[in-house]
Design a protein around this ligand. Structure first.
Ligand code: ZN
Length: 868
């Protein structure tokens, strides 16, 4: 230990460059232009080549492969540090992992280790791929660190192991590059793209950190919580062009109450160091303590906070991809949380005066900020390393004290596949889950062997507690009677509610039974009951697992139906919506898998098929893809892919051409208002992407429904159907300022007799974010708002918001405006129908409690049922 301490000191004093600067090719020589030059972008492949080249030329650099992206590209990183650290990375990582878990390390030894252990600091660039500046700056940062010979940089390289991830979204990086190159020099240069900069998520790639629907976030979680566990993680973004030039931490209110205060203080220290360096470098317009809050744990830079990593965010004012912008002084604005006016104030002491703003400006600001951060990280290395251990130690201690002591995941779940999904994403987030090997009691209740327990005495207590408990949003207003300050993202996300999984909070300490630690989430297998050689099977088709069952049966050539009446089995009643599957050789292995892998109860039956069946699962589905780059459209595709649906993508051109009914049984419209869908993208876009559905396209959708098609309207797109079909329904929430729900979880009651609600419990939870509340438009006068759409001829209400105690998690104002009102309605029209989901049933691939509503609408297209 001592020898190591002396080496640190000597290195700093002697400042012997390990690799001569001249041996490292400069970015300018490699790329052929100075990074950040107007209207020039370095491509993903060229950046990868540069990182590989520098790693081969420098003994301060080692390459890391973080895994593959959604579309199979490498997520690359460079580890940069003093050569002796690079040679000892395995030991540094092993020590770091010991420090991350205080249960394996005594405080004295931790103090010893902190004296010499280098800090691990990661920098992730441009998860939002259109925010190209940080990705462009990454190569220059790598070169500066690898080639530096000044004593200050050499000293910091001995104290800090820097991990540079040049792109957190390598697919999007390529998509944006291609679009920019294609439009450069045309009237559309630098315009927003008509499609998403990620296959599924676009901008929401940074709203998936705890859910890990996306490969990129699973890779990042493995890096952050498993292999490396940096003490500090900086992510670099861009914001609107007409406000401050640059944001540095600390963020603003509210904060997650589960986070240790030391996290916020550390972020303020390091953010202050960034601001200081920016100011010393003469870079004006830097703001802090404003706009961005870390209340919600779903960002790539907020989820790690609960893992005791100090997270830092920077945002540079944007340009038009790589094209410069001119911002006149008169157009400069503030007007957000923490910065009401654009004028000097304590968190914004030096406003930028306006003028020309370029990609190189962003690169310069990014590099100044990182330089300030690295100097501070180096200077405070020992404290930050020690804090990392202390944070974990305090988390474990808090958990031992109870309040809560544990969360319990019982084996008896309505939807076993979804319960396994919840456990699986917690495990990927480095949460420890144990399985009881014997019966036990907790809070006075008995639990059987096989029950899963999440004890709070674990280092990442804050992370798991925040995900599993109910949120009570600390509402704030700009003035006592003023407008409510909206959260930067959402106000409630409680995963057991959003996913429909039973999780029990145990407040008081209990004696743990004998335990085994789970390494993967497994569904308790269901048994195949009844006849060994059946004529047909019946499946208890509950939850999302049953949707997979239907799609797998159809893919194997089987012909599943719903029983509309219910079936009595041996000692078990299969309710309406249970699956009936005629026996076939192909179906046999699928049926076995449904029991074993999805945990559903299956029973073999003899004799004739029962009556009252509705064939399902063979609809030809299309998802409409507007050229406004709809993130909701992307998440819809992700959810359909996850549950093994087949579907086509439908463009404006196809809708305008018409003849839709001969091609499709169901068309899904993403969550965008009807007038947006009809008008198409605003602003300048190449003509092939302009115009939207147009009135002609809406006519064709109308003909599609009248001829027997199902039009599924997600969220705000219901307004298109209401207008197009003159439905006797209106959306009360659209002009009701007393209803304020900025992303919360609300109670939902379902009508179990309606096929659209089959496979769902009678009561569940819905995610609601400025969503719709349906009422009958036929009733006139003051009672109109209270009339149910079912009063209108033929319209059926499938689901309602709870009649009391509506809010389950988050923030809701105006409960009486929503209580007991219609949330999902189905309107028969001609031979077909419209299904309107007032709230996001498939919200970001997170609201698994309501996925089945969407799946049922796809399964049950009336005219598709008899199709061969
Ligand atoms: Zn961003």
């Amino acid at each position: 230990m001592l020898r190591r301490a002396r080496a640190l000191l000597l290195g700093a004093l002697l400042s012997i460059p390990s690799t001569a600067a001249a041996q490292i090719l400069t970015p300018e020589a490699h790329f052929g232009f100075r990074l950040g030059t107007d209207r020039r972008l370095a491509s993903a492949d060229a950046i990868e080549r540069y990182f590989t080249l520098v790693a081969s030329q420098s003994d301060r650099v080692q390459l890391l492969d973080l895994g593959r992206s959604t579309e199979g590209h490498a997520m690359l990183a460079a580890v940069v540090s003093a050569p002796e650290n690079i040679r000892s990375l395995d030991r540094i990582r092993a020590t770091n992992l010991r420090l991350s878990d205080p249960r394996t390390l005594e405080p004295d030894e931790a103090r010893q280790l902190a004296r010499t252990q280098p800090l691990i600091l990661a920098i992730g660039a441009s998860i939002h791929a259109s925010e190209v500046g940080a990705t462009q700056a990454a190569s220059e940062l790598l070169h500066d660190l690898a080639a530096a010979s000044d004593p200050a940089t050499l000293a910091l390289l001995q104290n800090v192991v820097v991990v540079i991830i040049p792109s957190l979204n390598p697919d999007g990086q390529r998509i944006v590059y291609d679009w920019y190159e294609k439009t450069r020099g045309t009237p559309y240069e630098g315009a927003p793209m008509p499609w998403l900069y990620h296959k599924y998520a676009g901008h929401d790639i940074n709203r998936d950190a705890f859910m890990m629907n996306l490969a990129e976030n699973r890779n990042l979680a493995r890096f952050l919580y498993g292999d490396w566990h940096p003490q500090v993680f900086l992510t670099m973004h861009q914001m609107e062009e007409n406000g401050p030039r640059f944001f540095v931490p600390p963020n603003t209110d509210p904060i997650d109450p589960n986070s240790d205060p030391l996290i916020w203080r550390s972020a303020a220290l390091l953010g202050g160091a960034m601001a200081l360096q920016l100011q010393r470098d003469g870079r004006s317009g830097v703001v802090s303590s404003a706009k961005y809050d870390y209340y919600w744990p779903g960002f790539e830079d907020s989820a790690p906070i609960g893992h005791n990593t100090v997270c830092l965010l920077t945002e540079a004012a944007t340009v038009d991809i790589a094209s410069p912008v001119i911002v006149p002084a008169t157009e400069l604005r503030a007007g957000f949380k923490g910065l009401a006016d654009y004028r000097p104030q304590i968190n914004f002491p030096d406003p930028w005066p306006g003028g020309r703003w370029t990609l190189r400006d962003i690169v310069d600001y990014d590099l100044s900020a990182v330089r300030g951060l690295l100097f501070a990280a180096s200077a405070y290395r020992e404290q930050l390393v020690q804090n990392f251990y202390d944070l974990g130690r305090r988390a474990v201690q808090k958990g031992r004290d109870g309040g809560p002591f544990a969360f319990i995941v019982p084996q008896d779940q309505y939807d076993p596949a979804t319960a396994a999904r919840l456990e699986s994403l917690l495990l990927a987030g480095a949460v420890e889950i144990h399985r009881a090997m014997e019966p036990f009691r907790a809070d006075g209740e008995p639990y059987p062997e096989g029950t899963d327990i999440i004890f709070m005495a674990q280092p990442y207590r804050a992370y798991v507690k925040t995900l599993l408990e109910r949120q009570s949003y600390p509402a704030r207003r700009s003035a006592p009677s003023g407008t409510p300050e909206r959260p930067y993202d959402v106000a409630g996300w409680t995963l057991p509610l959003q996913m429909g999984v039973k999780v029990i909070t145990i407040e008081r300490r209990f004696e743990p039974p004998s335990l085994t630690r789970l390494t993967e989430a497994a569904i308790p297998a269901g048994a195949v009951w009844g006849e060994r050689k059946p004529s047909w099977w019946v499946v208890d088709a509950r939850g999302n697992g049953a949707a997979l069952a239907v799609n797998r049966l159809v893919a194997a050539g089987a012909a599943p139906s719903w029983t509309l009446g219910g079936i009595d089995g041996s000692g078990f009643h299969y309710g309406p919506g249970s699956l009936v599957v005629p026996h076939s050789k192909n179906a046999e292995p699928v049926i076995a898998g449904i029991a074993a892998e999805l945990g559903l109860r299956v029973e073999g039956m003899k004799g004739k098929l029962p009556g009252n069946l509705q064939p399902i699962g063979r609809s030809r589905v299309a998802v409409y893809k507007p050229w406004t780059a709809s993130i909701d459209e992307g998440w819809t595709r992700l959810v359909l892919d996850q549950y093994e649906f087949t579907y086509a993508t439908l463009t404006d051109q196809q809708v305008r051409t018409g003849n839709l009914r001969s091609q499709f049984d169901v068309i899904v419209l993403p969550n965008l208002p009807g007038d947006y869908l009809t008008a198409g993208p605003s602003g300048e876009v190449p003509p092939e992407f302009a115009g939207g559905l147009t009135p002609l396209g809406v006519d064709n959708l109308r003909a599609f429904v009248r001829a027997g098609g199902t039009l599924v309207c997600l969220g705000a797109s219901g307004s298109l159907a209401i207008g197009a079909f003159d439905l006797p329904v209106r959306d009360l929430a659209s002009d009701d300022e007393r209803l304020f729900v900025p992303g919360s979880i609300v109670r939902l009651d379902l009508d179990p007799k309606q096929p659209l609600a089959f496979g769902m419990p009678q009561e569940t939870a819905a995610f609601f974010a400025f969503s719709s509340v349906f009422a009958s438009a036929s009733a006139a006068g003051p009672t109109a708002a209270y009339a149910d759409p079912s009063l209108a001829a033929g319209v059926r209400t499938i689901a309602r918001y709870g009649s009391e105690d509506v809010l389950l998690s988050g923030w809701l104002e105006g409960e009486d405006r929503i209580a007991g009102r219609a949330a999902v309605v189905e309107a028969p029209i001609g031979e077909g129908r419209v299904v309107m989901f007032g709230f996001p049933v498939q919200h970001r691939g997170q609201s698994l409690a309501t996925f089945r509503l969407l799946f049922n609408a796809l399964f049950t297209s009336p005219q598709a049922a008899g199709r061969k």
